[in-house]
Unconditional design. Sequence first.
Length: 290
Amino acid sequence: MSKVRQKLLFEHTESRPRVRRIAGRKVVVREVPCKSLLNRSSIGDYSFNCYTGCAQACVYCYARFMQRFHPHPEPWGAFVDVKINAADVLARQLRRIEPGSVFTCSACDGWQPIERSYKLTRRCCELLLDAGFHLNVLTKSKLVLRDLDVFRGRDVCVGVTITTPDESIARLWEPGASSVADRIEILKQAKAAGLATAVMFGPLLPEISDTPDVLARLFKLAADLKVDRIWTDAMNPRPRVWPSVQQFLRRHRPDLHSHYRSVLFDASFRRQYERLLDARIRKARKAAGL
C-alpha cells in the first residue's frame, strides 16, 4: 500500500475508544481526525473546539445539541472526542483566512481536564495569536492559568463563567469544573498579567442565582475584580437541555420543577420572567457601581 493511501486511511479512522477516569468519573475518550477547525461564529468572527464533548458535565450545557450531529452511546459528559490533528488542520486554514476575533471555545471547555495531556487548545491559541487573531477565552477551568505565558502581552481577553457564587451549588450543577474560588483566581492572575478580563454570569439559575441577593453578590464580585466585560444569560430551552435539567431537579430540587418548566416553555411566563430578571440585573449593576 502506498504511503499516500496509508495516510488517508489514518486521517479518516477513529482510534479505539479508551475509558479514562476524569474528575472522578468514567469518560470514554476517542481520538478522531477533523477536516476543519476554525468556523464562522455568531459570538465572534470565528470559534473553534479541539474536543467534541466535555467532561465537566454541566447539567445545563447547551452544547448537548452536538449529539444530534455526532451521536454517541454515552450520555453528555461521559465522552470526549479528541480532534487529534487539530493544530495541523488549523495551521492549514490560517494560510487563507483573514485575522479576526475568536471565541475560545464555543461547544466545549477548551481547558477541560483532558487538555492537560493533549495541549491542543494551547497549541491552537499559539497559532492564532501568531497569525494576528484576537482571542476571547471563556472557561471554568483553572488549567487556563497554565497558558498565561502564551497570552501575556498578546491580544487576549480571559473570561470565566460563574453560574452561582455558592460552591456547594456549583459542584452539583458543574461537577467537573473548577471551584468558584479557582475561577476568581483566574481573573486575578489574568489581570495581574496585564490581560483584559471578563465574566459570564450564566445561565442564571431560576430561584437559585437569579435572585436579588445573589445578583448583588455576583456584581459586587465583578466590581471588586475590576473585570473589563460582563455578560449575563438566562437559562434557555436548548435542544436536549431540559431532560438533563429535569432529571437534576427531580433529584435535588423537586420544589423548583414546575417553575423551571414555566420559565423554559411557557411563552407568556418567560416574557414576564425576562423583564423581571432584566430589572434585577440593572439594579444589581447600579448598586455595584458598574
